[in-house]
Structure formats: structure tokens, C-alpha cells
Ligand binder design. Sequence first.
Ligand SMILES: NC(=O)c1ccc[n+]([C@@H]2O[C@H](COP(=O)([O-])OP(=O)(O)OC[C@H]3O[C@@H](n4cnc5c(N)ncnc54)[C@H](OP(=O)(O)O)[C@@H]3O)[C@@H](O)[C@H]2O)c1
Length: 280
Amino acid sequence: MGHKVRLSRCRAMMPKEAFHRELRACLSREMRVVFFLNAASTGKVALVTGGSKGIGAGIVRRLASDGASVAFTFSGSEERALKLVHEVESGGGKALAMKADSASAEELRAAVTKTAEIFGPLDIFVSNAGILTRGTIDTYSLEDFDRMVAINVRAAFIGIQAAAKEMKNSGRIVLIGSNTAIRTAFPGESIYSMTKAALTGLVRGAAIDLAPRAITVNNVQPGPTATDMSAPHADMVKTLIPLKRIGDVSEIAGLVSDLASEEAGFITGASLTIDGGYVA
Ligand SMILES: NC(=O)c1ccc[n+]([C@@H]2O[C@H](COP(=O)([O-])OP(=O)(O)OC[C@H]3O[C@@H](n4cnc5c(N)ncnc54)[C@H](OP(=O)(O)O)[C@@H]3O)[C@@H](O)[C@H]2O)c1
């Protein structure tokens, strides 16, 4: 009880993100477990696609620190995925890594089913897995087009459909789009921009269709954010951003956490841009 009182006082005195960082850095495992029992999403079940690194890993860490049991998919390194599971578990949380290529409807659906079997009905689904394959429109290959559409758009549709079946009423669905839906800006990004623009229409319709169950569906549109995907052009692009920096994955994860909260129950069908003013 003593720990709980001290943690509540701490939390009242500083912003949520800073509080979480502080906790991870200084608390013993026992105290972290007490914090998880107190957190906003305690008992909730979340699934994040493409959660092994980058923005997805930031979302996994954040939802776990909010108190949710978090399942996530990956398609590449199992070692990296298991390392994240271990990190979450050693902080007192629950995580589950599943190899599932978002380009495969069967694998994605199986990941949703497995999450519900192991953790219980879903409260939160985040469709984050995405790829960026550059190329100008005159030479872009049909194979690259089909793969990017399959992972960036088709998987969002499959994920929403499968997750909604396993989701409690009043659940939360969040897609990770991109501010390139609004402004493409560079050569070689037409197909990527097209896939992210498609998500803005998808969330509007899905929000209306799932409203009778009070399930909200929203789309977070990051600008350049520090991950492997943005690394090649990070230095150049930050000069174009009014805040003169690229985003941190914890900032994107913070917005996802807010949209996944109970307080966000009246936000649905929205595409919310988080990009340091890049498209302002
Ligand atoms: N970084 C940015 O500047 C930025 C800006 C706007 C929007 N976004 C969007 O944010 C999302 C995450 O991007 P990121 O920058 O974090 O990318 P990232 O660092 O490349 O990470 C991508 C994640 O998705 C997984 N993934 C990739 N292909 C997959 C597939 N076919 N099936 C399942 N998982 C797959 C990867 O795991 P494996 O490696 O194990 O496959 C990894 O966990 C994407 O939708 C991206 O379009 C990023």
C-alpha cells in the first residue's frame, strides 16, 4: 500500500510520459508490478501488428506500461521479438510475440484468434505493420505495388474485420497511417502515399459500421519518426519540420495510448496527424 500511495503522488506531479520513464528507470521489479496493477489499462488485452521494432515496439511498450496484456506480430527476427517480450515481462507486464506476415490473411487472422485464446477478448487492436518501398511512378513494379497494398491497406481491412469479431463492445481500433496521406513532398513515394491515403477512407467507414458496438476506429498519421524506416532521410527532412526535429516513437505511442483510453470514446473515424507541424 505504501508503494501505491507514493506512486499516485508522483503521478500527480509530472506528465504521464515522464512519469513512466522515471518509473522504468528507478523502480524495483516489485514496485513496477504494483504500478501495473494501478495503471489505466489494467486487465485490457491489446494486439499490435508489426510490434517488434520502431513505432510498433514503442506502442507495445506503452500499452504494456498502461497495464494491458499486449500481443504483437512480426515477420522478421524472432530474437528481436522475444527480447521485447522479455523486456515487458521483466517490467511486470504480459506480452506475446507471434510470427505472422501481414501480407497473409490466414496468418493475420490466426494471430488475432491466438491473442483472444491466450489473453481473452480484445480491447485494443493497433494495425501498425507497414512497409515503404520507394520508386517513381514511371518504373514502379507491379510486384512492389501489390506487396505494399497488401501490407499497408489489405492487412488493415483484414485486421479490423478479424479483431472486431474477437473484440468486446467499446473496444478501440487504431491504424498507423502517415502524414504522406496529406503531403507526399518527395519523388518516389506515390504508391506509399496512396496506401496511407486509403486508410483515411477506411477508418471513416469502419467507424460508422462499428459504431453500434461503440467500437472506435481511428488513424494516427505520424510524420518522420526516428525508426529504421526514416533513418536514410532523417537529417534532411528535419530541416523542413517547423519543430526542427523528427518525432520519437514514444510520442506516437502516447497518442495511440490516448486513443485507446476510455476517455477517447467519442473520437471515431478521425485521422490525427502528429508531425511537428510538417503539413501545417
Ligand atoms: N518511421 C516513420 O517516419 C513513419 C512515418 C509515418 C508512418 N509510419 C508508419 O508507421 C508504421 C511503423 O513504421 P516504422 O517506422 O516503425 O517501421 P519499421 O521500423 O520498419 O518497423 C516495422 C515493423 O513492422 C514489422 N513488419 C514489417 N513488415 C511486416 C509484415 N509483412 N508483417 C508483419 N510485420 C511486419 C516489422 O517487423 P519485422 O522486421 O520482424 O518484419 C517491424 O516490427 C508503418 O505503418 C509506417 O508506414 C512511419
